[in-house]
Structures are given as C-alpha cells and as structure tokens.
Design a protein around this ligand. Structure first.
Ligand code: NAG
Ligand code: NAG
Length: 374
C-alpha cells in the first residue's frame, strides 16, 4: 500500500492530467534532497544519485529504448562531465527527461547525442521508422545551460514547466539537411524542432539551432522571451501551431539571427481551433536572410498555408518595434497575413519596426496592420 502522502500526490497528478485545458504546465512535486554528491555513470546509478543536491553525470551510453530520467531535489546542481549517447531504438521516447524545481543544470558543452542519422528517413513523425520525440523533456524550473543536443531523431527540446531559463544551448541537426538513401532526395532530418514551449515565465537566450523544422515553436504559455539566438536551416521562429482552449500571451522575440530558413517569423493557428487566444506578441531587433517562403507569415488556416482561415483563435496585439530586417529570396513572399475575420485579428498591429525586402509582394487580409515597409 502507498504511504498516505504519496497516494495524495499521485491523486493530484491524476487530477492535473485529467484537466480539459492544456494551459496548465507540468509542476514537478517538491523534493527535499540530501547534502551529498551523486555520480551517474549508468542508469543503475540514478536512483541513489537523484537523492543528492549535487549530481554529476559522467559520459556513458544509455541502453537503447530507455529514458534517462532524473527527478532531482529542489535546487539541485547537476553537471555533465562527459557525453551521453542514446543508441537507436524505434520507440516513442523521450530519450532524456529532467524533472525538478529550481535546478541548475550545466552541460559544460558536452553532447547529448541522439544518433539521429540512424533514424532519419525524411518523414519525421509522419511515417517511416518510429522516432523518439522529444529527445529531451525539461519538466524543470531553474536554469539549463551549455548543453549540446546533437542529431535528435525528431523534435529536440520540450519545455513543459514554468520558470525556466535556457542559455548557451546548441541544437545541432546540421547533418539532417542532406538527403540519405531512405529520404528520396529530401533532407533526411524532419520535424527536428529546436525548442517546443508549453509553459510560462520562460527565457531562451544565446542559443544556436540548426535544424529542419521550427527553431522555436510556442504552443502555449505566457511571459516567454526568445532573445539573442541564431536559427539556421529550419522553418523559422513560430508561435503555434495553436490548437483549441489554449492561451499564449506576452511573447518577446528579440535580437535573433535567422539564416536560410523557410520562414523568418510566423504565427500559425489551427483553422479548426476554438476557444484560444494569442496576445501581445512583440518582435524587435531580429534579422533574417535567405528566407525561401515567407518573411512574416501570420496564418489562421494551419495546417494549410494561406488556405481558408478559421476564427476560433483570437490574435490581439502584434508589434514590430525597433528594427526587424528580413531579406526574402526571389521565390519567397515578404509578408502574408491571413486572418479569418476582423474579430479574430484585433487590437494594435503596429508593424512600424518591420522592413522586408526581396521576393514577391505582400497581402494583409482581415487584420488592422499599420506601418512597416514590406
Ligand atoms: C491536451 O493535450 C493532450 C496531449 O497532447 C491531448 O491529447 C488533448 O486532446 C489536449 N486537450 C485539449 C483540450 O486540447
Ligand atoms: C517573466 O519570466 C521571467 C523569467 O522566468 C521572470 O523573471 C519574471 O518574474 C516573469 N514575470 C512575471 C510578471 O511573472
């Protein structure tokens, strides 16, 4: 039989999971640690080490098909001292999961190597071999720094707990840009999102993503800052896609450099979604070059692009302040705004700080856009 307190906390977890809304982030249980140093050199070491407030992770290979999961005490300091390798297995994942409150995780620039090349077939999550995703689940608040996520099978890092600052992280899926024997001439890597955010009070800064999908995708949450990052090769910086009963508010996208992406800056909401809001999105100081599809795309018809837009996600307040400079390639569009109605795109849409050059012209449908040069 479970001790009473554990039974109660399990009941609480079940209650959270049953919530009809997806606006609630994962909240790790509180955990008081012991003042000791735990060292992890294999999965067998985790149980003892995760009782300690100092945890060192040495280089090792995780058995294929298993999650390297750490549930650390409140305030624990976790350091990597070597590379972690996750060998191939066709399964759901995640490959690594870190849970806890106010943790300090420092990768010391070591790799988490997902061995993506042994999965990639150009299909990502839409077919072919099953690919673990996300590669790394962060159910933690605190800081997550100086980690290299190398060759994720598909999505790289999922952020699910309020109050996390990520800095100096590299997502390196550059190798996925080339075709391989299974990808029929397409890039072998697919759906390799850099950061997927579903939580509030999040900062992602000074990080580098090279991939084949969104650099950042904000699925829900408020008070989210994405600043000083670089994004190469993927689909750009996205709010969305936004499904039903979801809130995104207070997003700042600043001082990022986007290079050779499909899109630079995008807000995408599901055509069929209802009961959702996206508000107060601010872009400043971003630059983008080599954009092949859209400089700025705000589209309420996802998963279509510039299809028939829905009206069930209200977008209010989109601001380009300071200077945002986007250079679109010859086949791309500068700015496309595709809203379902003037009541689903409302508030102030001040684009004065936006300059987009190159490509073909812009269309704004059902949105109160003012200012800007595009
Ligand atoms: C919430 O997320 C879960 C898992 O992604 C999904 O199955 C469920 O349909 C979502 N609920 C709502 C109301 O969107
Ligand atoms: C916004 O998030 C940051 C970073 O987590 C935090 O320091 C700040 O207090 C948050 N602001 C509000 C109003 O919650």
């Amino acid at each position: 039989m479970l001790p009473f307190s554990l039974a109660v906390s399990l009941a609480c977890i079940a209650a959270v999971a049953a919530s009809p809304f997806n606006s609630t982030a994962v909240t790790p249980p509180r955990k008081i640690g012991k003042r000791c140093t735990g060292t992890i050199e294999s999965l067998a070491d985790v149980a003892a080490a995760q009782e300690c407030t100092t945890i060192n992770i040495a280089g090792f290979t995780v058995p294929a098909g298993q999650t390297f999961a750490i549930s650390a005490p409140d305030g624990a300091v976790i350091s990597m001292t070597g590379q972690i390798t996750f060998p191939f297995a066709a399964w759901a994942g995640p490959l690594m999961k870190i849970s806890g409150n106010n943790l300090v995780f420092n990768g010391n620039n070591h790799n988490l190597d997902g061995q993506g090349a042994s999965y990639w077939d150009g299909m990502g999550g839409n077919g072919g071999v099953e690919k673990p995703a996300p590669m790394v689940t962060l159910d933690m608040s605190g800081t997550f720094e100086n980690v290299v996520v190398l060759n994720s099978p598909q999505r790289a890092i999922a952020i699910n707990t309020n109050g996390l600052t990520v800095s100096g992280v590299t997502v390196n899926n550059a190798a996925g840009a080339a075709a391989n024997s299974a990808s029929a001439g397409k890039p072998a890597g697919a759906n390799t999102d850099g950061f997927d955010v579903a939580a509030s009070n999040i900062v992602i800064k000074n990080s580098v993503v090279t991939n084949q999908d969104d650099c950042l995708a904000i699925n829900r949450g408020s008070n989210i800052t994405f600043t000083g990052n670089s994004c190469t090769g993927g689909h750009g910086i996205s709010v969305g896609s936004i499904s039903s009963n979801t809130v995104v508010s207070g997003v700042t996208i600043s001082n990022n450099v986007v290079t050779n992406n499909g899109n630079a800056l995008r807000i995408k909401t599901d055509a069929t979604a209802t009961g959702s809001t996206v508000s107060n999105i601010v872009y400043s100081g971003n630059t983008a070059t080599g954009i092949t599809n859209f400089g700025v795309l705000i589209d309420q018809s996802y998963p279509s692009t510039l299809g028939t837009p829905g009206t069930g996600v209200v977008i209010s307040g989109v601001t380009f302040s300071g200077t945002n400079k986007i250079a679109v390639g010859s086949t791309g569009h500068r700015v496309e705004v595709n809203c379902g109605s003037t009541s689903s795109c409302t508030g102030t849409w001040n684009f004065a700080g936006l300059t987009v050059t190159g490509g073909t012209g812009s269309t704004v449908k059902n949105a109160p856009v003012t200012g800007g040069s595009f």
